[in-house]
Write a protein that binds this ligand. Structure first.
Ligand SMILES: Cc1cc2nc3c(=O)[nH]c(=O)nc-3n(C[C@H](O)[C@H](O)[C@H](O)COP(=O)(O)OP(=O)(O)OC[C@H]3O[C@@H](n4cnc5c(N)ncnc54)[C@H](O)[C@@H]3O)c2cc1C
Length: 426
């Protein structure tokens, strides 16, 4: 007979936990677990915050819950691919590898559970600003986030109307979205090129003024609470009786529980256990311009709704971030794509000086149905997976950390997590 009282007492006891991956997902999980009294070792092949979480656009996109592939986005794929300045590109040599995944990704837009997936994602995104406010207060870095509206801007009414169904969905779930005309837009953001004539103003969002500094503040707090960091590359994972063994290029780590949060590299890390997960990467770029003339400043994050990139006013200048490039995990940064983004940035803010610009590429971790995996591993109840947060990892990280710490501490998560179960992919 199962002794429920003994089981729940056991689940409340402090555990040793290894967390693989020190991106925003892994760091917030590690911080939450350490805060709850577990003994946490965080491991990363690089310094914390060197992966995709380093260079994102910083938006706490609480109403961006629509799955990536939708009937309307699929219609636009051919024109995006044909436009050299467009948001989407494929490294053609990689096409044969990615084709089965890409087919599932595109078909997901027509699946009958499209709406349910969006609503499940909204449970991860919706509270993000509030959760970050409380985390930042705890980690003493409140100045790194700002609550503000954000803008999505278009050159034509046709562009605006393409996004209207998405905005209607947001309004239906209680978000406030206004339409602006050219005059109202110019009053709000005078630096924007006059070619932008229409906009959606999406209220009550927030953004991070320096994503790397934010992650570092959480990491420092984790260390201050007694958490340990090991810089080493995880090679294999094994299970031995009740212990999880992580072999890296230096040593073997033993723990009661293991969390895999290695972003786009998670499938590679897990493959040593014989489990193969169809995780792909949507490579994205940023161009950071440090020297900005006062008249070119923008006062809030703005998304070019036609070409799908953002500009965010950060502590170290303006960051233009976006693009999706299908090209896998091994190809280096493609300077042509970075230059495309730079060209788009100069058209958005005429007169922008990009002489001192820095360029970056990061690997968004994406599953074909746009949903992350936040669940127990299929082969071991002591192992948890937390990856695949696509374009929304910064936004979803606090809620993901809460779910993982609930599962490790034997509590029932506050939200229904059935749609994030890895079983759907096996
Ligand atoms: C251009 C761009 C703009 C974006 N803008 C936004 C935005 O505005 N808002 C938002 O919410 N999201 C945004 N995102 C998405 C967001 O950045 C990602 O979803 C998020 O950073 C993923 O975090 P992660 O912790 O899962 O992965 P990562 O940050 O990539 O961390 C994974 C870590 O695992 C480590 N690792 C990998 N393999 C191993 C191994 N074998 N051993 C040890 N360690 C290993 C890596 O070194 C890395 O540090 C954007 C992404 C891009 C590219």
């Amino acid at each position: 007979m199962v002794d429920i009282a003994a089981q729940s007492k056991e689940s409340r006891q402090a555990k040793s936990v290894t967390v693989i991956g020190a991106g925003i997902i892994g760091v917030l999980i590690a911080l939450q677990l350490q805060r709850e009294g577990h003994r946490v070792t965080l491991i990363d092949k690089d310094q914390p915050g060197s992966g995709c979480s380093f260079g994102n656009a910083g938006i706490l996109a609480r109403s961006s819950f629509a799955p990536l592939s939708s009937p309307s986005s699929i219609k636009q794929v051919p024109s995006w691919l044909l436009n050299p300045n467009g948001p989407l590109s494929i490294c053609w040599g990689y096409l044969y590898k990615i084709l089965p995944w890409l087919t599932r990704y595109l078909m997901a837009g027509f699946r009958s559970d499209y709406q349910q997936r969006g609503e499940a994602l909204q449970q991860l995104t919706d509270n993000s600003v509030q959760l970050y406010e409380s985390l930042c207060t705890f980690a003493d870095c409140r100045e790194l986030i700002e609550k503000i509206d954000y803008l999505q801007v278009y050159r034509s009414e046709k562009g605006l109307l393409k996004c209207e169904a998405d905005m209607q969905w947001r309004r239906a779930l209680g978000y406030s979205v206004d339409r602006l005309d050219a005059q109202a837009l110019q009053r709000l953001e005078p630096a924007l090129a006059e070619s932008f004539k229409y906009a959606h103003l999406i209220r009550d969002h927030g953004f991070v003024k320096d994503p790397k500094a934010l992650l570092s503040a959480f990491y420092d707090k984790f260390c201050a609470l007694g958490g340990e960091f090991v810089q080493a590359k995880v090679k294999t994972i094994e299970y031995h009786q009740q212990q999880c063994l992580v072999f890296n290029d230096k040593e073997t780590l033993y723990s009661d529980k293991l969390v895999v949060a290695a972003g786009a590299f998670s499938a590679r890390v897990i493959s040593s256990t014989g489990i193969h997960i169809p995780l792909e990467t949507e490579r994205g770029y940023h161009v950071n311009c440090a020297q900005i003339d006062a008249e070119l400043q923008v006062s809030r994050p703005i998304m070019d709704g036609d070409l799908k990139y953002f500009v965010t006013p950060m502590n170290h200048g303006l960051r233009f971030a976006g693009l999706v490039e299908f090209g896998g995990l091994d190809a280096p940064l493609n300077m042509d794509r970075a230059k495309t983004l730079e060209k788009n940035a100069q058209q958005m803010l005429p007169g922008l000086n990009t002489q001192d610009a820095s360029y970056w590429m990061g690997f968004r971790p994406t599953l074909a149905d746009s949903m992350p995996v936040i669940s127990h591993a299929p082969d071991n109840p002591n192992v948890l997976y937390a990856f695949g947060h696509q374009h929304l990892g910064l936004t979803c990280a606090p809620m993901t950390a809460n779910i993982v710490s609930d599962l490790i501490s034997g509590r029932t998560p506050a939200i229904d997590i059935s749609r994030f179960d890895v079983q759907r992919l096996l």
